[in-house]
Every structure is written in structure tokens, then in C-alpha cells.
Ligand binder design. Structure first.
Ligand SMILES: Cc1cc2nc3c(=O)[nH]c(=O)nc-3n(C[C@H](O)[C@H](O)[C@H](O)COP(=O)(O)OP(=O)(O)OC[C@H]3O[C@@H](n4cnc5c(N)ncnc54)[C@H](O)[C@@H]3O)c2cc1C
Length: 508
């Protein structure tokens, strides 16, 4: 396993160890694919090595190797398919959430159990009517004395049935204002065997071979208040607490598999002959393998870069989403390419490449769909000045063209009145004919107070010289000149522009 130069000695050590461990179990994991059974004995071996505790502080029996260590272990265990998925959800079943929100007693009780891995954990957010819209859960928790009574259902729960510990989010308030502030959720740990807590159904999925994934239901399930993690109404913050880590690990678990596929493709194409040549001599085949190698290296580097940020105490919201989205896309794409390179053999289940397509497709949905990751990337990037610092195009008289400019506007310092504001807005048509200006753009160009500018724009609108775009509260958001406004502000020639080569005879 190729280490990165920023890894600590401990991380490099565990990388070597876990790779040997995964290599040793590879054949058994493959056999489980045929046995169609949950690989309990492999999971037990992972637990015996202490890998479930890789991200848990040493004081609670963990290895304390941070996000980087967790990625290293996930990358290798992911090569063992079901084992990797179970490792990921079990380790993520509230780890970050407990580290940040549990009290000392709760940490003492649950974290050593998590680190040992002898009892598996599951994360339970999704419900029949709450998928991407995770805040919309309908499972309720009502307080009765020192107990909470849970009712509802969760679905798509990885490790359903085989897990002992279920980290769930339930609704503790129905008040509209509370919901608006995301204060209606609370998180709890529910243990298997609690009366009223049942396994409802196991899904038959296109992938996640041998991993039980299903529905669970709560019928008047009573749990003590000590199983509540974090304050009442803080469930959303608890859920959000671990998301960067979770998204990263959900991506990292696929990385090692891509390397195994590269190995298979090199071997396979060195032994397959068509048109009296080994297929690895066809440039098209080489291109596909090169493409997979590039994706493997880019995805892996990105994952470990994100892990380093987490270990440095940063919150890489954008990068964690990109890691999850891009790696699962890479996996699906690499799977499709691998099948193509192997032709009909790729389509059989006798070679472990078709699985990658199915796994990759699941990767694009599980732990937040690609669309949701993109939504996060867009929203957070739009709040960062490095991406969204605002810019202005201004007319440059020397070159007689619009250019990106930081210079003050030509209208700067003019009196703030209707005539000049209309000029500012009409001039913007010359620079950006299809765009509106914000009132702040207008103010930046000519000065004056926000309220004065707004009032003048309103008056200009009443005269049909400008048209506005307003927000939901009716506040002016954007403004542009009407054709009448353009006419009133400047003569027709002001807006004209022709390239030098354009014949005067053709102008009209
Ligand atoms: C194999 C597997 C394992 C899983 N394991 C777990 C688990 O252990 N615990 C758990 O709680 N959940 C788990 N899930 C659930 C998973 O997190 C959800 O499936 C996922 O969040 C999407 O929700 P959904 O399936 O309800 O799809 P929906 O939310 O209904 O989405 C359907 C489509 O609409 C799109 N969409 C929705 N909202 C928007 C929007 N605002 N903008 C643009 N597009 C949008 C989605 O991207 C998607 O393409 C698992 C799912 C699978 C398949």
C-alpha cells in the first residue's frame, strides 16, 4: 500500500499491517460471495485486530489513528466487500457523534464496545418517507418519566439484524417554529433485544452482496434517558457532527477495490489473445486501463488529502462531499470499463469485476446521493469568497470593450438622483446586455445610501424606466433598464459596437 509522505510512522505501520491482513483474507471474502452468508468469522478477525477502534481515542480502547488511519483501514477492508461495508457502518454508528455529544458516562459505556467490534453498530437515519430530506423523519420519541417511548420505522439500514447497537434519530417536537430551526430531532441508541424493537424486512439489492440491509420498526420501544445522545432537540447537530468523516470513509472504502481491479485487468489482458495479439496490445484497452489507474490515483489522493484536513482539525465540508461523490462515480465508471476490457468474461460472475459496477452504483446513492453532495458543494462554495468573491465587468475605452475590472466606475462621485442612477443601470446594458445589476452594484458605482438607491429604483420602476426582480419578501434583488429606460438614458449610438472589419455600408 503506497503511503503518502505526510502519514505518521504509526499510520504507515498500520497501512502495512492491514494490507497483509486483507491479502490474507481475500480468498475467504471471495468465497463468501458464493456462500451468500454474512461473513461473521471475517468480521470477528477484524475485531480481534482492533481495527474497529482505529478512529477511537486510546483511553477508550481504540488505536487513535484519526481520519487518516480510518481511511487506511477502510481502503483495505473495502477489498473484502461485505466486511468493508460492515466495518464502515459499525465504526460510523455514532463514533463522531458520541465523541462530540456523549457525556463521560456514555463514552465509557459505548466507545470501548465500539472499539472492540464484538458487537456491531448501525446508523439509522433513513425512513420510508425521509431519504435525502433527512430532517423529515416521522419516527417519534415521547418522554414518559425517565424513559423515552419510540414509535416508527427506519429503512435501508446497513447491518440491520446483525447489529446490536442502533444509532437513531427521532422526532421530539412537532412545533412548526422548532422544525424551522431544525430543533425537532433527538438522537438515541437502541439496543437489539429491547421489547418492541423489530427487524421488519431485508432488502434484495443489486449490490452490497452478503450485507444485510433492511427495515426496522419501533412499536412502543422504551429506552432509558441515558440512551439519549446529546441534548433534546439537538439531533440535527448530532447528525451533522460526523458527516464529513462519514462521507469521506464512505468514499475511501471503495478505493482499494479499484487497485485490485487494475491488477486483474493487467493479468487478464496479458492472457487473452484476439486477432493473434494479446489484448493488452490494443491501444483502446491500454487507454481504458490507464483511465482506471488515473481515477484510482486521483480518488485516493483526494481522500487522504481530505483525511489530513480532518486530522488537522479542519471541517472540509466541500472536500468530504467531493470525495464521496467522485470516488463512487470513479468506481462505477471503472467497473464499466473493466467489464468492457474483459468482454463477455467481464459480464460473468466468475470474475470479480461486474461487482464493481453494482457497488459503484450503490456508492452514488448511499450516505447521501451524488446530487445531494453536489448541492452541498455548491451551497458551501457559494459562501466562500475564494469562489464567490463577486466581480465587475467595466467598459474599457482604450480597447473599446468590456473587461473584468477592479477600477471605480465612471459614474463614481456623481449626484445620486434619478437621472444618474438610470444612467448607471443603462450603461450596464452596454457592458452586460443580458444581466441585471444588484442594488449594491448600483451603489458601488455611484455611492449613496442603500435606502436612497432603493427609493430611486422604485420611482424609476413606477415610470417604467427599469424593471426589478424581487425576493420572496418583495425586496428588490436585481434591476435592469427597460428599453424605454435605455432610450431615455443615452442616445442610440451609445450602445452600438461593431468590429473594425465590419463594413460601414452594412450598418443601419
Ligand atoms: C445499500 C444502501 C445502504 C444504505 N445504508 C443506510 C444506513 O445504514 N443508514 C441510513 O440511515 N440510510 C442508509 N441508506 C439510505 C441512503 O442514505 C438513502 O437511500 C439516500 O440518502 C437517498 O435517499 P432515498 O433513497 O430516499 O432517495 P430520495 O431522497 O427519494 O432521492 C431520489 C432521487 O431524487 C434526488 N433528489 C432528492 N432530493 C433532491 C434535491 N433536493 N435536489 C436534487 N436532487 C434530489 C436524489 O439525488 C435521487 O436521485 C442506504 C441506502 C442504500 C441503497
Amino acid at each position: 500500500m503506497e503511503p503518502y509522505f505526510w502519514w505518521t510512522e504509526e499510520q504507515k505501520e498500520i497501512a502495512k499491517k492491514v494490507e497483509v491482513f486483507a491479502d490474507g483474507l481475500f480468498e475467504e471474502a471471495e468465497a463468501y460471495f458464493w456462500k451468500k452468508k454474512f461473513p461473521w468469522d471475517l468480521v470477528k478477525k477484524v475485531a480481534d485486530e482492533g481495527y474497529f477502534g482505529v478512529g477511537i481515542p486510546k483511553q477508550y480502547g481504540g488505536l487513535e489513528l484519526g481520519a487518516t488511519g480510518s481511511c487506511i483501514v477502510a481502503e483495505q477492508l473495502g477489498r473484502l466487500y461485505a466486511v468493508g461495508h460492515v466495518f464502515v457502518v459499525s465504526m460510523l454508528a455514532g463514533l463522531e457523534q458520541m465523541l462530540r455529544f456523549a457525556n463521560d458516562e456514555q463514552k465509557e459505556k459505548w466507545l470501548p464496545q465500539l472499539a472492540k467490534g464484538d458487537k456491531l453498530g448501525a446508523v439509522c437515519i433513513t425512513e420510508p418517507f425521509a431519504g435525502s430530506d433527512a430532517a423529515n423523519v416521522m419516527t417519534t420519541a415521547e418522554k414518559e418519566g425517565d424513559e423515552w417511548v419510540l414509535n416508527g420505522k427506519k429503512r435501508y439500514i446497513t447491518g440491520a439484524g446483525v447489529s446490536d447497537r442502533y444509532f437513531i434519530y427521532a422526532k421530539t417536537s412537532d412545533e412548526k417554529d422548532v422544525k424551522k430551526q431544525y430543533g425537532h430531532l433527538t438522537s438515541f441508541l437502541v439496543e437489539k433485544g429491547t421489547p418492541g424493537f423489530h427487524l421488519e424486512k431485508i432488502n434484495k439489492l443489486i449490490g452490497f452482496d452478503n450485507v444485510p440491509n433492511g427495515y426496522i420498526s419501533f412499536d412502543d420501544v422504551r429506552i432509558p434517558d441515558e440512551n439519549r445522545i446529546g441534548p433534546v432537540g439537538k439531533g440535527w447537530s448530532v447528525m451533522m457532527a460526523g458527516l464529513n468523516f462519514e462521507r469521506l470513509i464512505a468514499g475511501a472504502v471503495y478505493v482499494g477495490t479499484m487497485k485490485d481491479i487494475i491488477n486483474i485487468l493487467f493479468w487478464y489482458t496479458q492472457h487473452r489473445v484476439q486477432f493473434r495479439r494479446k489484448t493488452n496490445q490494443f491501444p483502446g484497452i491500454q487507454n481504458e486501463i490507464a483511465d482506471i489507474i488515473a481515477k484510482y490515483r486521483m480518488g485516493r489522493l483526494f481522500a487522504y488529502n481530505t483525511a489530513k484536513q480532518l486530522d488537522d482539525g479542519l471541517e472540509p465540508m466541500i472536500d468530504a462531499s467531493i470525495a464521496k461523490w467522485v470516488i463512487s462515480e470513479y468506481i462505477r465508471d471503472a467497473g464499466l470499463k473493466a467489464v468492457q476490457v474483459m468482454g463477455g468474461d467481464g459480464l460473468t460472475r466468475f470474475y470479480p469485476v461486474e461487482r464493481l459496477v453494482r457497488e459503484g452504483k450503490i456508492g452514488e446513492i448511499v450516505a447521501g446521493t451524488t446530487e445531494v453532495q453536489k448541492m452541498i458543494v455548491y451551497r458551501f462554495a457559494s459562501m466562500l469568497p475564494i469562489y464567490n468573491q463577486g466581480m465587475r465587468m467595466r467598459w474599457n475605452d482604450e480597447v473599446n470593450a468590456p473587461v473584468v475590472s477592479k477600477k471605480p466606475s465612471r459614474f463614481n462621485g456623481l449626484e445620486v438622483n434619478e437621472e444618474n442612477i438610470l444612467k448607471v443601470i443603462a450603461h450596464d446594458y452596454k457592458v452586460n446586455p443580458g444581466l441585471y445589476m444588484s442594488p449594491d452594484d448600483v451603489r458601488e458605482d455611484i455611492g449613496g445610501s442603500r435606502s436612497a438607491i432603493r427609493k430611486i429604483i422604485e420611482r424609476l420602476e413606477e415610470q417604467n424606466l427599469v424593471v426589478t426582480h424581487r425576493d420572496r419578501q418583495g425586496k428588490i434583488d436585481l434591476v435592469k433598464a427597460t428599453y424605454e429606460g435605455l432610450k431615455k438614458a443615452f442616445p442610440r449610438e451609445y450602445y452600438e459596437w461593431y468590429p473594425d472589419w465590419y463594413a460601414d455600408a452594412d450598418k443601419f
